[in-house]
Design a binder for this molecule. Sequence first.
Ligand SMILES: [Mg+2]
Length: 358
Amino acid sequence: MNQTPRNPFSIHSTAVSPPGAQGAPRPVFGSNSVPPLWRSGALWPRLFQVTSTFSRKRFPTLRGKFQADGEQCLYTESREFWTEHHKSWRDIMDKLRNIDTFLLDLDGTFYLGDHLYPWSLPFVATCERLGKRFIFVTNNSSRKGDYYVEKIRKMGVSITADQVFTAGQATIFYLKKYDYPRKIYLVGTPSLEEEFRQAGFILTEEDPETVVLGFDLTLTYEKLRSACSFIRQGIPFIATHPDFNCPTPEGPIPDCGAMIALITASTGVEPKIIGKPYPEMIEALRAKYGLEDPGKVAMVGDRLYTDIAMGKAAGITSILVLSGETKSDDLAASDVQPDVILDNLGEIAKILNQDSLG
Ligand SMILES: [Mg+2]
């Protein structure tokens, strides 16, 4: 049984650590403390030289809203950007326009809980107008894929069943591809249980051959005790995704990663983890959707250690949105740095709709 499948994009695979307690973050935006020029044109560079000294004195409280460091850029308002980064900005625009498939995180990116973000519909409309594909990729394995399809449709977005892919589905793909035995002890919600049964697995508490842990909102001590017992017997331990917390409108709640930590603390066994950012998730996505050209695929998400880390591992464009978990101050302390940083998904629509820099 091969438990270490090849990264399908043959890009470097990352060993990603979730963010722990960090020291004081280094300042990110302080170096750009000059105000924007409001119009584009050939005279910009000269105008900038003439006005910059005056502007620094005249508008000392204006802070940089655009940062370019190599290919990284922070962009917060479509019509405001910094002249000294003009070329980098054009590169970002060209890169985004070249994308034909956007892999989208859900919570914190497209919606929060049951509330659709206001910029999500404009993004969808722009993709449809330009013929670009978008696929929702979520680590949340507490529900099966059909649930998310229905939830998104109820929010007024017309999508097909194929436009949602969950870590639960990726785990099923992985178990089948590497011929894991079909008798499973599943620690998961009734929805995840149904998805596994529909995929042909036998869920049992008697002599299982694999233990699978999902984001179980129905977790009980009895389930934990049984799972730990089976794992101590040497039965393979698979987990759907590594997230420690799930964002909700009321604040974060313990997710699969926290449950992994508990079981690992008890048994000393670390699971094989499937979801974002691990290569197994990328492999499953590529198997289902093609995605042959990494240069035409972007991963958009709000979490550095899952969404962005997967994008980096796959060699696709990684776009961080600041509408969810990650705040701009978190970036300085992170080893995972996105290619593009935007306030939210709506900024992608603005960029794609922008005909010129003027
Ligand atoms: Mg998210």
